[in-house]
Design a protein around this ligand. Structure first.
Ligand code: SF4
Ligand code: MG
Length: 316
């Protein structure tokens, strides 16, 4: 993903001039085959929009998305539709993402049919196979979404994505709508499927605990930009960006011998319509310096390979 931007125009009330929300602003990262890449941040930071824009469920404003060397950001609608066979999404809300009027059989065979794969009989066999793989039963194929629990519906949503044997799945808060007791079951299912089907995940979440558990690397977003990108272990052991430090300090400590001072963030996340100048985090940062108010810090690579966008670490 190179310099991805998604700016939304919004109408500014009485004055007919347009304002823009820079929901995603110059976001760059690469995801390696087979890894789980996390995107974390508070709600409204642009993480879902990043995921949706990569798959062009939103049209992008500018930037490139290279998938296996091909720039999918310029594909025609028809070619993008074909490319989606390899790039699937699992949504946050299993209630809203399944058509209530269709049986599970129809829901699962539809992606195969749309992509012109297999005969009808083969598609039904695939559906019967995948429904068991995700932990449900063949007899469930003739039922409707409302007959299932939230966790079961998310299993069906996952089955619908996996049935196409994609390379990449973007999972946007896939367990956030579920009871905590169900979350780990669904996470374990995702991990098992990753092994069995060689999947690569982009895992979007505000839940730092879940992200720590399943990702290999993490990007932290704030107001549409990546502020830190690191190996999961490094990020959690030693967060460098003041925002990452504040986010992690608010997490419950799981080991009693680990101590972390809680950093209280000042104020709320500023409006993305008129974000602060310079470093957009400067209004809440405990380490804010003069330069932070005017100059946007670039995402720079540190010695341990992580990237951080903060003037505290400027090499100059
Ligand atoms: Fe804080 Fe300045 Fe770093 Fe921004 S650039 S996070 S304001 S120290
Ligand atoms: Mg979201």
């Amino acid at each position: 993903v190179k310099r991805l931007k998604k700016h939304f125009a919004i109408n500014n009330g009485l004055f007919k001039d347009k304002s823009y929300v820079k929901a995603v602003d110059n976001v760059s990262f690469s995801v390696m085959k087979g890894e789980t890449f996390g995107i974390v941040g508070e709600s409204g930071c642009g993480k879902s929009t990043t995921g949706r824009t990569i798959l062009r469920l939103n049209e992008l404003t500018s930037g490139e998305v290279l998938f296996d060397g091909q720039d999918i950001s310029t594909l025609s609608y028809e070619d993008m539709r074909k490319a989606r066979r390899k790039l699937q999404m699992v949504f946050q809300d299993p209630y809203a993402s399944l058509n209530p009027k269709k049986t599970i059989r129809q829901i699962l065979t539809e992606p195969l049919r749309v992509h012109g794969l297999f005969t009808k009989k083969e598609r039904e066999e695939k559906a019967a196979e995948i429904i068991e793989i995700v932990g449900l039963h063949v007899s469930h194929l003739d039922r409707y979404p409302h007959e299932f629990s939230g966790g079961q519906r998310q299993r069906i949503g996952i089955a619908r994505a996996v049935i196409l044997q994609p390379d990449l799945i973007i999972a946007d808060e896939p367990v956030s709508a579920l009871d905590v007791s169900i979350q780990s079951q669904v996470i374990n299912l995702l991990l098992r499927l990753q092994m069995d089907f060689n999947l690569t995940y982009i895992f979007i979440s505000h839940d730092l605990g879940v992200v720590k558990h399943i990702t290999d690397r993490v990007a932290v977003m704030y107001l549409g930009r990546i502020v830190e990108l690191a190996k999961t272990e490094d990020l959690y052991d030693q967060p460098m960006h003041p925002y990452t430090q504040a986010l992690l300090s608010a997490e419950p400590i799981r080991h009693p011998d680990q101590k972390r001072d809680r950093i209280i963030l000042k104020g709320d996340v500023p409006s993305p319509v008129s974000p602060p100048s310079g470093c957009t985090f400067h209004t809440r940062c405990v380490s804010c310096m003069e330069i932070c108010k005017t100059e946007i810090p670039l995402l720079e690579i540190m010695e341990d390979g992580r990237s951080v966008a903060c003037h505290l670490y400027n090499k100059m």
